[in-house]
Design a binder for this molecule. Structure first.
Ligand code: SF4
Length: 451
């Protein structure tokens, strides 16, 4: 069947891995002749890339899907797809719940979208959720930004955190080869991208599954080695990576970040809880003391590094005293940003079956307390920027004020300043910070711009 002039829409829920997968699937659809449609209601192909981490995201998918399923009754050539973690978890039962669906595909199958669609266009209803070996990406993702890009370096996760569905839905760790990653980044540089974030669910695991060890028995390919390997790509001016795991974080990596000028001084290291018994129940494999040592070590090399994290409150069995230890950790560290969540049981995870679940009220109350502390601290951390000159990589126009552009500092603070996006997009500009807020800054550019 011909797909010329057909229009597609993707709505993405959840994490950066999902966003990266959506970009990849957009790339595939565009190479098949589909054009982007801002509204799902004007599209012939609608894809929901889903997330099971939060209940409300899952509920939203079902309500969006219901609307499109009704539309399909009037427009039978509408192709309806659910991808991502809900698809992986629910599999065929999704088809029973929404029989109008054409394709249900787990996250490991994102690169196979074209194959799967061909089966759909030949009249099949397709479920692709079985584990597969991920073939090297040969697709060209459509990028949401044309300045910053995500590059997957490792898929899957071998950890077994007791609250997390990722190992079930994304399978075992599979690292891409350093050369494949470098080639993708070189292409991005040629297309004009300036910043790359290397992505993995547990990025410190990068390379464990690749062959080769050093004479001392260390893996030949680690995240640290990868940073050295891709650091000299001309045109790529900034490098970031996420998500780090405190269990595997090494001093060697910190040293590399301090040494390599393109690696930004921003570390996203989730702690999840400040209490050792809760960390044990989560199977995280570290103590809060180790976590604190890592942050101290980062700060001993890079005193101004910005530190962000993820935290969960209301994990099964968490007492008031244990929750207080999370608050204490946050108070002691002084984070630039913390993504917080109230624990919510996910099907197929061990902690969901435990009988010491906390009430929604307790979880809500703890979340509010933590969020309050996080924003007070973020404001305090913003103070240090006032009057300073920061390098801002310009990404886009400020959507709320077209006389301004927006970008990020090396520490990942969103920054606004007067200027024209046509002149400044993709440039690193020195900006004197004149106004601070908890999570963003405003400033005045110093001309000439630094490159
Ligand atoms: S490290 Fe833990 S929380 Fe992160 S993806 Fe793996 S299992 Fe999930």
């Amino acid at each position: 069947m011909t797909t010329a002039a057909r229009r597609y829409h993707i709505t993405t829920f959840g994490c950066q891995m999902n966003k990266a997968d959506s970009e990849r699937m957009s790339g595939i659809l565009e190479s098949m002749g589909f054009e982007w449609s801002e509204s799902p209601d004007d599209a012939n192909l609608v894809l929901y890339n889903t997330c099971t981490i939060r209940d409300n995201a899952e509920q939203k998918v079902y309500s969006y899907l219901g609307r499109q399923a009704r539309r399909k009754h009037e427009q039978p050539d509408l192709t309806l797809i659910v991808a991502g973690c809900v698809a992986q978890q629910e599999g065929e039962s999704l088809l029973r719940r929404v029989p109008e669906l054409d394709l249900v595909m787990g996250p490991q199958h994102a690169n196979r979208l074209q194959d799967l669609l061909e089966q759909v266009f030949n009249g099949s209803q397709v479920v692709a959720t079985e584990p597969i070996h991920i073939v090297e990406d040969i697709t060209k993702p459509r990028r949401d930004s044309d300045v910053t890009a995500w590059v997957n370096v490792i898929y899957g996760c071998n950890e077994r955190c007791t609250y997390c569905v990722v190992p079930n839905v994304r399978g075992v760790e599979q690292s891409r080869s350093p050369q494949a990653i470098r080639t993708e980044m070189e292409e991005l540089a040629q297309q004009g991208f300036k910043e790359v974030t290397l992505l993995g669910q547990n990025i410190d695991a990068y390379g464990r599954d690749l062959p080769g060890t050093t004479p001392e028995g260390r893996h030949l390919h680690t995240l640290t080695d990868l940073l050295y390997f891709v650091h000299d790509i001309p045109g790529i001016e900034r490098l970031r990576f996420a998500t780090s795991h405190p269990r595997y974080f090494t001093e060697r990596l910190i040293r590399a970040c301090a040494e390599l000028p393109k690696v930004c001084e921003h570390f996203h290291v989730p702690f999840q809880s400040g209490d050792n018994d809760i960390l044990k129940a989560m199977s995280r494999g570290y103590t809060h003391e180790r976590y604190r040592r890592i942050i101290d070590l980062i700060r001993s090399y890079m005193p101004d590094a910005s530190i962000s994290a993820d935290a969960i409150v209301g994990f099964p069995g968490e007492t008031d005293a244990q929750f207080e230890k999370t608050l204490k950790l946050v108070e002691d560290i002084g984070f630039d940003q913390v993504n917080t969540a109230a624990y919510s049981p996910r099907p197929g995870t061990p902690a969901a079956l435990w009988d010491n679940q906390l009430s929604e009220e307790v979880k809500r109350d703890r979340l509010q307390q933590l969020n309050h502390l996080v924003s007070v601290q973020a404001s305090e951390r913003s103070q240090r920027y006032l009057g300073r000159v920061e390098e801002v990589l310009v990404e886009a126009q400020n959507t709320k004020d077209p006389t301004q552009v927006m970008g990020r500092t090396r520490g990942n603070r969103l920054t606004f300043f007067p200027g024209s996006i046509d002149d400044l997009k993709g440039q690193v500009v020195s900006v004197k910070i004149t106004e601070i807020r908890a999570f963003s800054l405003t400033g005045t550019p110093l001309i000439p711009a630094l490159r």
